[in-house]
Write a protein that binds this ligand. Sequence first.
Ligand code: SF4
Length: 361
Amino acid sequence: MEISQFTDIDCLKEKVLGIRQSYIEDMVNRLCSFESKMLDKKFHVYWASSENNLTDMILNLLPEPFYNRFCFDVPQIPAAFLKTNAIKNIPIIDIENGNQNANFLLTKADFAVVETGTVVLLDKKSKGCFNKIPNIFIILDINKLVNKMSDLETILYVKSYYQSERFLPTDVRLIENPYRQVRTNKLQLDDKEYELTDTNISIFLYDNGISKIMENNVLRNCLYCIDCGMCAKVCPVFAYSKEYTPIELVKSNCCSNTGNKVREKTLLCGNCDQVCPVQIPFSTLLIKEIENNLHVNSSAASGVAKTFSKRKKLNKMNGSFRRFFFLKKLFGKNKMIYNYFKEQKGTFFNLTWLQNNKKNE
Ligand code: SF4
């Protein structure tokens, strides 16, 4: 289907939601077909359950003398790598400029296509280094696959619409082959200009709590995420703390260890509910998370969760003692966030969300 047929972003959003649902509901089968497709193409495929498991596997694959030839292009370098003193992180820019050589690049895929066995990288800083590094390790979250190439196209259009408000495809790199292509003779213009070398591209199918989320019928919604980044953009707490984006916070108890401190990391303003193209019900999920933890937390936690359910009243309490007390309990330990919200005179909570959820208020 041609994207140009669509004039309405809402229609595209519905389509994206359907695409994500159809993959997530049949995830196990789809992953197995993707793995066999990759093995047929002679990719190396590994399954990693957690961050520690992932780093152990990678370090076991590498000969130790090469630890000082590593290059990372991931949002966050896994802590275990940083603890391994021998690992030297060579800056991407130095490799691009030919000032240093790296033997290994660790990067993260944005999507993959089951039907064609294609790995998709978007806007990667390291794209200019791929032909200069002989071993590429690619992490692929197991919820980031789509069934067909046309599904990917639809998702990319919605993603770019949300990032730039225009239907422009993002900078896309499709990896179809496990070997890198190397220019052998600049003067040759025919097909033989390139040859395949024995370079390894290894794919790590990364669970990282996703199968645990799958077991929870309510939380499962958050696996539809297409990483458009809108929820992070509108989150007032993330703007100040830079700690957890709304989607990271929702997944945090399953994917990492927030220590059940969800209530200290959200104001439940509802902004993220309004913008998410795949309709992830953030406020509902976060309130559930807070309620689930009440039995293990102190009575203060219970007080805060109850206060959340009285958001409408709190909106009217500008400058009042009660509002001050609420902030103190929630963000008292984080002076920066606490002071920021103390100075805000407007409403805390998104009224559209409140209207849609009247019966719960
Ligand atoms: S969860 Fe956030 S990043 Fe993911 S699709 Fe929704 S708004 Fe975009």
